[in-house]
Ligand binder design. Sequence first.
Ligand SMILES: NC(=O)CC[C@H](N)C(=O)O
Length: 286
Amino acid sequence: MVHALILTGFGINCEEEFAAAYRLAGAEATIVHLNQVLHGQVSIHDFDILNFPGGFSFGDDLGSGVVLANKLRYRQNGPDGRTLLDDIKQFIADGKFVFGICNGFQVLVKLGLLPNISGDVTPEVTLTHNASGRYEDRWVTLRVNPVSHTPFLKGIDTLEVPVRHGEGRLVIPDAATQAAIESAGLNCLTYADFDGGPTDVYPFNPNGAALNCAGLTDPTGQVFGLMPHPEAFLSAYNHPDWARRRRQNPAASEEGDGLKIFKNIVAHIAQKNTVTAPAVQLANQN
Ligand SMILES: NC(=O)CC[C@H](N)C(=O)O
């Protein structure tokens, strides 16, 4: 069984949908208040994948995701001065996975876990106020970058998902950082137009993001985040146009596009665990 830990608290508000997505994908999902992790009652190391849901953590004060990211980076969780970021670094080094959606993506970016080109977890890019100057709540089409190799997006070309955010515009500070992101395919998801090609035209690109980027992965492919909400499109009936689509194609799948991402990562971890489990058992016997 794949075990997903979903954090909540401090204004996070999409944890139930996140958990539903994992359960539909066949994993066990546990929702835990961040304080339970910070106070040592729950260890992230007992899980396969750590998840940061969307919402308005700390009321978006100081910028979306900033306060939560600082809590993970600076709050010392014991006499040894260890922070949750130290644990997350270890978690990733152990080959495990981290997933952030919307506000969760903002946390991973402000923390420096995405894109983490340098590998030393310092912030390299940022997410800020939408170019439209307002909160955007609409459906978008995303295109998967064929150069990207993250298991989260395996076998997906395009998907439709809703966005709902005020601070989703990716800003890349310099040409060298942009080149590094592009050459490694870390810009794994772009906003696309009707023809499926990347676009900077509003509202297809709802926020004016650099590289028309809707999502990033780190160089290992284990850390993934995106502004849109795949956990809000788990059933075909979540789509605003479901009735017409069903009339046109009554045999179409009743699954929403967003579920594919969860099925992908759950299947990947399940397969990885079956391959590594015998080796671990053997090591424990010796
Ligand atoms: N839906 C969300 O997670 C919103 C993210 C963030 N609070 C913003 O408005 O940008």
